[in-house]
Every structure is written in structure tokens, then in C-alpha cells.
Design a protein around this ligand. Structure first.
Ligand SMILES: [Zn+2]
Ligand SMILES: [Zn+2]
Length: 275
């Protein structure tokens, strides 16, 4: 199935698909010198003790390209055929990130807040900044994430949160492994994937099988919610093979989050989308 077929079958995704597609396309066209990967030896101790790369103490990832790109993304949304309220908010965000009377590093500080919660939250449009900020970060961090994956291949990340940004997972994918299946967790904000325990709740660590349930979703073959009675959380889980890559983007299964909410479950994964 293609993404456009998926959206035809799920028309409530049409609006978010339009915005997401535009933002992703603008980001994909952004050209800058690739960010140099850090000295992995200097990060190894942090990695072993569960400190995500973007929170490392001895290496710093260059976030300046993301600060440049987030301004471009906001400017593009401000002039795009989107709902007037969104265009206005994006225009105000552009002003806040680049106004002559703003501090010269306003965009850099905004990205530091998005990534690490540094400094104070913006006075307005924090949600839009987070959405566009992570779109900029996903794009500009691609070479670093590729190098990180290559380096960390032999060094297991044993945590239930994202090895790149530290966010709790929104999604999981079950993949064949030997005679059984392994579980890959997916980060909503930065898009990193990593292997983790097959049976356990990544939100609270519960491994008691009688407190873990599966909620199948009517009409959605190969998609389900893995739920936890200890913390009332859930993970959207993809069991179909092969999986269409677009399903690994959180927004394409927002109706599963709506279903979870209806059932009284709590969204504990880190999502960029309000429900
Ligand atoms: Zn992440
Ligand atoms: Zn739990």
C-alpha cells in the first residue's frame, strides 16, 4: 500500500498529511554541510550508562543547521495554503526566531529548548516550535544518526527510551528473528529505531505477562495496541510484514491514539501531535 492509498482509507489524516508532506519536502530540500559525527570514544561511557547522544556530557552535536532550518520551515508554513490560524502562528514564530530586536541566537536557543528543555519555554507557539524543530532536527541529524547506528551496532542500547534524543517510544515494530520475533521501538520526535525487550512495558518496565495485554484494532490488519495494566500506558505496535515505511511515522496511525484515549489509556510515548 502507498501512503496516498493509506490516506484515502483514513480521510481524517488528510489535513495532517498535507502539512507533514509540505514540511518534510521543504526540509528534504535543505542543503547544508553535513554535521560531523562526534568522537565516539568520548561518548562511549555516556552511552554505556544510558545517556542519549543529544544529552551527552563530553560531546556536543552541532545544532546550528537545525536552527537555520527551523526558521525556513516556519516561514514556509506561514506562506502555505494552511488554515489561517496556523499561518498566522507560523508568521509570529518566524518573527520570534528572527526579529531584529530578538537576541541573535534566538533560533539556536529555541532548538536547545526543543532538544534538551534548556532555558525557558517560548511565550507563544511552543507546540508549533516543537513540531517544526523536530522536523528540522530529523533532517539535519541524518548523517549523525547514520554514523551513530554504525558505531553502536555492536554496543547494545538497553534502555526503553530513545538512544538519540531520550524520548519514550510511540511505536514498536515486530520483526522476524530466528524462529520468533524481535521488537524494534521507534521514536516519534527524531525517528530513531532501536531493539528492546520483546515483552515488557517500555514506559514503566513492567514484565508481568498477566499485566500486559494486546488490543487488536478492527479493520487494521497488522496493527494493534500493546497495553500495560501497571501504568495504563500503551505502545502502537506494527506486526505486518513487510511494513510500509510510512507506518513508522507516528502521525500515520493517530487514529490508534484516538482509540487508546477512548479506552481510557494514557499516551506516555513522546508525540508531536495533540489529541
Ligand atoms: Zn529520539
Ligand atoms: Zn507500563
Amino acid at each position: 500500500m502507498t501512503l496516498s492509498e493509506w490516506i484515502q482509507q483514513h480521510p481524517f489524516l488528510t489535513k495532517i498529511a498535507g502539512l507533514q508532506g509540505r514540511v518534510d519536502a521543504t526540509a528534504a530540500a535543505f542543503l547544508s554541510a553535513p554535521i560531523a559525527p562526534p568522537a565516539w570514544d568520548a561518548y562511549a561511557a555516556d552511552h554505556a550508562s544510558g545517556v542519549p547522544l543529544l544529552h551527552a556530557t563530553h560531546v556536543a552535536i552541532d545544532l546550528a543547521p537545525a536552527a537555520t532550518l527551523v526558521r525556513s520551515l516556519a516561514a514556509d508554513v506561514a506562506s502555505a495554503p494552511v488554515p489561517p490560524g496556523l499561518a498566522r502562528d507560523a508568521g509570529e514564530l518566524v518573527a520570534d526566531l528572527a526579529a531584529p530586536d530578538a537576541a541573535p541566537d534566538a533560533a539556536a536557543r529555541a532548538i536547545a529548548w526543543v532538544v534538551r528543555g534548556e532555558g525557558s519555554a517560548p511565550a507563544r507557539h511552543g507546540g508549533l516550535l516543537v513540531f517544526l524543530g523536530w522536523a528540522a532536527l530529523r533532517r539535519t541529524l541524518e548523517p549523525v544518526k547514520d554514523a551513530y547506528r554504525a558505531w553502536s551496532g555492536a554496543q547494545a542500547w538497553r534502555q526503553p527510551y530513545c538512544p538519540t534524543c531520550g524520548a519514550p517510544p510511540v511505536l514498536a515494530q515486530l520483526v522476524p528473528e530466528g524462529a520468533g520475533r524481535a521488537r524494534i521501538l521507534c521514536c516519534g520526535p527524531c525517528g530513531t529505531t532501536w531493539a528492546w525487550k520483546r515483552i515488557a512495558c517500555p514506559h514503566c518496565g513492567n514484565e508481568a505477562q498477566d499485566r500486559l495485554d494486546v488490543l487488536e484494532v478492527d479493520g487494521e490488519e497488522g496493527l494493534r495496541l500493546d497495553t500495560c495494566r501497571s501504568c495504563n500506558g500503551y505502545v502502537k505496535t506494527i506486526t505486518r510484514e513487510p511494513v510500509e515505511p510510512f507506518l513508522l511515522a507516528d502521525w500515520t496511525t493517530l487514529h490508534l491514539d484516538a482509540l487508546a484515549k477512548e479506552r481510557g489509556l494514557e499516551r506516555r510515548g513522546s508525540s508531536l501531535y495533540d489529541m
